[in-house]
Ligand binder design. Sequence first.
Ligand code: PMP
Length: 284
Amino acid sequence: RTVYVNGEYLPEHEAKVSIFDRGFLMADGVYEVTSVLGGKLIDFEGHAKRLARSLSELEIRKPMEDEALLEIHRELVARNDIDEGMIYLQITRGAPNDRDFVFPPEETAPTVVLFTQSKPGLADSPAAKEGIKVISIPDIRWGRRDIKTVQLLYPSMGKMMARAAGADDAWMVEEGAVTEGTSNNAYIVKGNTIITRQLSHEILHGITRAAVLRFAREAQMQVEERAFTIEEAQQADEAFITSASTFVMPVVEIDGAQVGQGAPGPVANRLREIYIEESRKAAI
Ligand code: PMP
């Protein structure tokens, strides 16, 4: 695999980052994952915008313009011959000369790393036909989940807790309501209404979420942006998650209780279909 690190395209085993990198020592960095369908980028503009916002909220210098970033994405897709998959991008506050809580001097260059992940069959996922099972876990993450930082230890532990319980993923709960999934936004469906938590500092503002809600409204579905409980989700007609790497993925079981008929529902299936079709059309 050819990867990108700080201005260079290199074979992955030759790519290196300093042990003093603040991403490594302090999780002082942000990331984006953009999916690739038919060798083209899905929603690049949305990811670039959110990246700029994450950087600005943390006062990390934006290392390059969006056009340059797009060029690197395309170059990596071409060099690695990616048809379906993802591109991972990470930018950290860089590598000063020593470990220090204080931010490094202005002139410290941010570290920029990108690599591809080939996932043949991403759009035609077997999991989407069966649906996934989730468990609920308390949301003990920090208070700025709207910034896409690389502090992923708790979400990673959440996936392991799900796996230990025989489930696929975890929905996190705070003050009695679902915030989001470990790496996705959470939704329920009641009749013709799609319900998903409102945007705030409590959740990541999903790029897939924005697109799916737009498509839902265009398809004359009702959208309610509000918090919901695990109990309400278990009683709902359908449930699903969204993310750049899973698109729209039906949820068929929550904490052991079957949702609806225990199979992917018509709303989730339709939204998945629309999302993939429209994203393919708009891909660049
Ligand atoms: N919430 C969290 C916590 C996530 O990690 C992600 C995906 N990285 C999402 C939501 C979904 O965001 P997107 O649709 O932009 O992938």
